[in-house]
Design a protein around this ligand. Structure first.
Ligand code: ZN
Length: 477
């Protein structure tokens, strides 16, 4: 049977974190009462004139530079003409053609240990539409608060080959946007929206198959599931002797299937032309240089630095740099505790596990980097065992108390008193003569049993290394 491979390109729309809209002074606060953040410009009333938002232009240029794009020396706004109730002007101001603000860049992703460069075709600026609510089969309502909000579109080359790569691309892109502070990256609120276009072709073929576009993906999980589903659907169509048609499909989150929306428009149907109300933007080399120099350390650079500076595996570095706040947290803890790998393990395991379970952000963690470092110090210097440390962590997570205080209050200090541990161990040996004989007879897995019994008897406070040593002494005698 023919093997197929997927060819995936991503279109990502990111709402920019500007205080006002793209061409007017209306605020952009999320969640305001419908149609309260509007004016003649963003309602498309006759005679109103747009004024571009300088900050939005800077945001797109900085993003483009972070994506290794070249900046067009001259960039133009176009009108994309179509009618839809959420588009009061009857056109959307967008960018078209060869002169978007940024072009020809790339993002590096690491999937399955392989580093791949995914091309960025363009990075441009446009305005968002309003939002429709279909409240009943007869009634739809429209909220124009979002109409005219500054929106950035980032289009990749069709370089992605699997749902996993597409997801990782999005993770990295979101990290870049949030590091730059240009978008809050909230997929569930629609401030980051992704529309993959997907086609399949026989493995080894250079020609492209017919692509479909997938909409309504509002979580990373939906992105993976939706793409996987669409790849399988297309392969099934072709294997059954059918043809894939160029359409837009929608991911149905409840049913976990893709469903057709409408046939996809072709570019020429939009009758693009330069917006006569907006002058071309001209970017001088000096201005571009200034933007370039203002970029912070980006996720990929940080990952490589974490590997180098802290000796972390690539996997750890990738997870720890997904948000700037998490990376900062790790670095603050690693600055206070020498074993960076231990810090990484605790941040990725205990901390992120508990934060996710409680749907909390790292900024809401009651365990501070200092607190975590202090806890790891207590383990490293033998005050508490690793097992007790997990209990202490749990308490820190809930109460925010310092680890030293919890250990003091609860008397959790590790028992390293050889005499006391020997007494406990001898009592356990006496109580389990059969197991003891078997261990002496060579059944080594019973070592664990005896150490475990001592740990239980001391409520986890025994120094396990010392118990092991004592056991060996007794076996040798
Ligand atoms: Zn307005």
């Amino acid at each position: 049977m023919t093997e197929f491979e997927a060819v995936i390109g991503m279109e990502v729309h990111a709402e920019l974190l500007t205080a006002s809209k793209m061409f007017c002074g209306c605020p952009t606060t999320f969640g305001a009462a419908p149609n309260t953040q509007v004016c003649p410009v963003c309602l498309g009333l006759p005679g109103s004139l747009p004024v571009p938002n300088r900050r939005a232009v800077e945001f797109v240029a900085r993003t483009a530079l972070a994506l290794h794009c070249e900046i067009s020396p001259r960039s133009i706004f176009y009108r994309k003409n179509y009618y839809y109730p959420d588009l009061p002007k009857g056109y959307q101001v967008s960018q078209y053609g060869d002169d978007p603000i940024g072009r020809n860049g790339y993002i590096e992703i690491v999937v399955g240990g392989q580093t791949r460069r995914i091309g960025i075709r363009r990075c441009h600026l446009e305005e968002d539409t309003g939002k429709l609510f279909h409240v009943s089969p007869q009634t739809s309502e429209v909220d124009y608060n979002r109409s005219g909000v500054a929106l950035m579109e980032i289009v990749s080359e069709p370089d992605l080959r699997s749902a996993e790569e597409a997801r990782e691309y999005l993770v990295q892109l979101r990290a870049i946007l949030t590091y730059l502070g240009v978008c809050d990256g909230k997929m569930e609120q629609g401030s980051l929206r992704c529309e993959p276009n997907i086609s399949v072709r026989p493995k080894g073929s250079a020609a492209f198959g017919t692509k479909t576009e997938l909409k309504n993906l509002n979580s990373f999980r939906a992105v993976s599931r939706g793409i996987e589903y669409e790849i399988e659907r297309q392969v099934a169509v072709i294997r059954a002797g059918g043809q894939v048609t160029q359409e837009t499909w929608r991911w149905d989150e409840t049913r976990q299937v893709t469903a057709p929306m409408r046939s996809k428009e072709f570019e020429q149907e939009y009758r693009y032309f330069p917006d006569p109300d907006l002058v071309p933007m001209v970017f001088t080399p000096d201005w571009v240089q200034t933007q370039q120099e203002s970029l912070p350390e980006l996720p990929r650079q940080k990952q490589l630095r974490f590997q180098e500076q802290y000796g972390l595996p690539a996997y750890d570095a990738q997870i720890l740099t997904e948000t700037r706040a998490l990376a900062d947290y790790f670095e603050a803890a690693a600055a206070r505790h020498a074993d960076a790998k231990a810090v990484s393990n605790w941040v990725m395991g205990e901390l992120l596990g508990r934060l996710n379970a409680a749907s909390l952000d790292i900024s809401e963690s009651k365990v501070t980097p200092e607190g975590l470092a202090g806890l790891l110090d207590l383990v490293a210097n033998g005050t508490i065992s690793g097992k007790i440390a997990k209990d202490v962590f749990e308490e820190m997570f809930v109460s925010g108390k310092a680890p030293e205080a919890i250990v003091q209050e609860k008397g959790l200090t590790q028992i390293s008193d050889e005499g006391a541990l020997a007494t406990t161990l001898d009592a356990i040996i006496a109580a389990n003569p059969k197991e003891w004989e078997a261990l002496k007879g060579g059944k080594e897995q019973l070592t664990k049993f005896f150490v475990g019994q001592v740990m239980r008897a001391t409520k986890g406070r025994a120094n396990p290394q010392l118990v092991n040593d004592l056991l060996k002494q007794r076996l040798a005698s």
